[in-house]
Design a binder for this molecule. Structure first.
Ligand code: PXP
Length: 237
């Protein structure tokens, strides 16, 4: 069975909206683990829009599953990663103006900095995953870069509107996953997966781990509202 790593960034998004102390992503991570998550994923962005260094430090100390750190390749973030030593570093492209990570890494052009960061992380015993679009070329390039794992971008699949487009995207993901396994790469997948579209990607046997954030946190907000309101009413009474 594939593992689920829960991305808790948006718990921090809610906290940062008020620059408050709650909700605390560290508490959310522990509850996600109680719910059966086998990993916790966070993205420490350059602009610190959600996860902060404090979160990362605490998560490293308290979670009992695996910490997957999504990160860019800036010097500052790499320095933090080397200090925190996550169980997996997932390298992603990062743009200031994007709402969320928009696409996989562009591996078509030589990227000496990427190569350097991969080596630096691995020398420090941190396995590396590259977030890539699900194409044979990207998988081959990731392998050449010496990545340990690839995370296949499922965003396009998640956005498809017709059965036909969905089937085409699934085939692309399945093809990329099979090739990655053949090259002995670990295979993760994520982005845009939700309660409606996850089942079909789960049929791709080569995928070992799913990284899912927004839909889980969104559902958690809604399924928890009734109880939260009842608790407040009891206090007011
Ligand atoms: N994988 C990567 C590399 C991501 O950047 C994100 C979003 O932070 C996810 C997975 C999770 O995507 P979503 O929040 O849409 O489930």
């Amino acid at each position: 069975m594939p593992r689920l790593s829960v991305n808790i960034d948006h718990i921090a998004t809610l906290r940062q909206a008020r620059e408050a102390k709650e909700p605390d992503p560290v508490a959310a991570a522990l509850l996600a683990e109680l719910g059966g998550a086998e990993g916790i994923t966070v993205h420490l962005r350059k602009d610190r829009r959600h996860i902060q260094e404090r979160d990362l430090e605490l998560l490293r100390r308290v979670i009992q599953t695996k910490l997957n750190l999504e990160m860019g390749t800036s010097e500052e973030i790499v320095r933090i990663a080397l200090k925190i030593k996550p169980n997996l570093a997932t390298l992603v492209p990062e743009k200031d103006e994007e709402i969320t990570t928009e696409g996989g890494l562009d591996l078509s052009k030589a990227n000496p900095r990427l190569k350097e960061v991969i080596s630096l992380l691995q020398e420090n015993k941190i396995p590396v995953s590259l977030f890539i679009n699900p194409t044979p070329n990207s998988v081959k390039k990731a392998h050449k870069y010496g990545s340990d794992v690839v995370e296949l971008h499922t965003g396009l699949y998640a956005e498809t509107k017709t059965e036909l487009d969905m089937a085409t995207e699934l085939e692309r993901i399945a093809g990329a996953a099979a090739l990655a396994r053949k090259l002995d790469l670990g295979v993760n997948a994520g982005h845009g997966l939700n309660y409606q579209n996850v089942k079909k990607v789960c049929l791709i046997e080569e995928i070992q781990e799913f990284s899912i954030g927004h839909s889980i946190i969104a559902r958690a907000c809604l399924v928890g509202i009734k109880e939260a309101v009842s608790e407040m009413i009891r206090l007011i009474e």
